[in-house]
Design a protein around this ligand. Structure first.
Ligand code: PLP
Length: 396
């Protein structure tokens, strides 16, 4: 048999294994030095009590003949889609039908799979630096990719291009840069997409971290977005579900694609068709756990967790600035993007490790434009985060 030739075009993604190897070599050479990891974008606080209680109840239901559930609806149980529509949309003034909501096992899965329903001839625009899933999933499909450079000059926010693109991946608040797009900036993209009959694939996995009023939580806050955008959201960073797995995609019925013969087709219908063929839904227990996030107690608990990470972000931002570094992000996102002294992000990784024992992520790992920058995350323990900053202040 033959392999998908497009996989040969993928660059090996050694980023996190390279980091792990370098840290292992360092700890072997210096077993007495303590390491503080501010590199990985994973949460550290346990699931909220309301979430755990809902899971326990659902487990008991699964053990009883009267309440046992087998295969669930591919699109997600009505109770969860209803809670999402109500709390994440209607409560914020956005009317969103439950039919537009597709519960999944991750935003990574959704952003990686959504292009299944789009032609491989489409031109894709992707930011640089970028969350690598958008890039690699489109390389796997053999699409032409155009980059939208993000730098200090444009505040790490992608500008509307002067070329035509059919599919545009936007991530706000952004991983890795921690910056977020304002209402006016998103409105420009919505206008571009409607004009070009393009699709915005809007990843708002970090919307819970937004603090500024002019940063939309949803692309559907922008007029005209229903005819040009899909949105991906996740319980991972909002409620600590990185290991539990639950997310959702919103695909409005107004999204219409063109077939090769000029006829048209609804993207919502195609996505439903795709999901029904290739996906059997998220476990009942997990969907009940996600539903509990929306209860008053659940909201209080997860907001406290998010506030903890937000305060870490604030401390990192402030500590680095006081130490004389130029920093971006960290205000509407759990990521802080700092300029590396010397300009070489792998060299800075090594210097930081050797001088302070702090582990971060070199910006070069997120694309050519990431060179010269370094990502720190706010998902760590408070005391360790403070200790990291005090070591950095002394060492640089
Ligand atoms: N989108 C972005 C921008 C991310 O940074 C991540 C995880 O790091 C994801 C999606 C993945 O989310 P999930 O855990 O729901 O798959």
């Amino acid at each position: 048999m033959k392999a998908n030739a497009h996989f040969r075009l993928l660059e090996e993604n050694y980023l996190f294994s390279d980091i792990a190897k370098r840290v292992a070599a360092f700890t072997q050479a210096h077993p007495d030095r303590s390491i503080i990891r501010l590199g990985i974008g994973d949460v550290t606080q346990p699931l909220a009590p309301s979430v755990i209680a809902a899971m326990h109840r659902a487990v008991d239901e699964m053990g009883c003949a009267d309440t046992f559930r087998g295969y669930g609806p591919e699109q997600g149980y009505a109770f969860l889609r209803h809670a999402i529509a109500e709390h994440d949309y209607r409560a914020h003034g956005i009317a969103m039908e439950e039919d537009a909501i597709f519960v999944s096992d991750g935003a990574k899965t959704d952003v990686g799979n959504f292009a299944d329903i789009l032609d491989t001839d489409n031109v894709v625009a992707i930011t640089d630096p970028v969350y690598p899933v958008y890039l690699d999933s489109n390389r796997m499909a053999g699409r032409t990719i155009r980059f939208l450079p993000c730098s200090a000059q444009n505040g790490f926010v992608p500008c509307v291009p002067d070329f035509h693109a059919d599919m545009i991946y936007l991530c706000s608040p952004n991983n890795p840069t921690g910056t977020a797009m304002t209402r006016a900036q998103l409105a420009q993209w919505v206008a571009y997409a409607n004009e070009h009959h393009a699709l915005l694939l809007f990843d708002s996995a970090y919307e819970a971290y937004i603090t500024e009023a002019d940063v939309p939580h949803s692309i559907f806050e922008i007029e005209g977005a229903r005819t040009c955008a899909v949105e991906f959201r996740s319980f991972s960073k909002t409620a600590g579900f990185t290991g539990t797995r639950c997310a959702y995609a919103v695909v409005p019925k107004e999204l219409i694609a063109t077939n090769q013969d000029g006829s048209t087709v609804s993207l919502q219908a195609l996505w439903l068709r795709r999901q029904c063929t290739k996906f059997n839904g998220v476990p009942y227990i997990i969907q009940r756990a996600a539903e509990a996030v929306y209860t008053p107690a659940g909201q209080k608990e997860i907001r406290a967790q998010i506030a903890y990470y937000q305060e870490n972000a604030r401390l990192i931002r402030q500590g680095l600035q006081q130490a004389g570094f130029t920093v971006y992000g960290g205000v509407n996102a759990p990521y802080i993007w700092m300029q590396c002294p010397g300009g070489d992000s792998w060299q800075f990784f090594q210097d930081l490790l050797e001088k302070t024992g702090v582990v971060g992520t070199p910006g070069a790992g997120f694309g050519a434009q990431g060179e010269g920058y370094f990502r720190l995350t706010a998902f760590g323990d408070r005391e360790k985060t403070k200790e990291a900053l005090s070591r950095i202040a002394k060492a640089f």
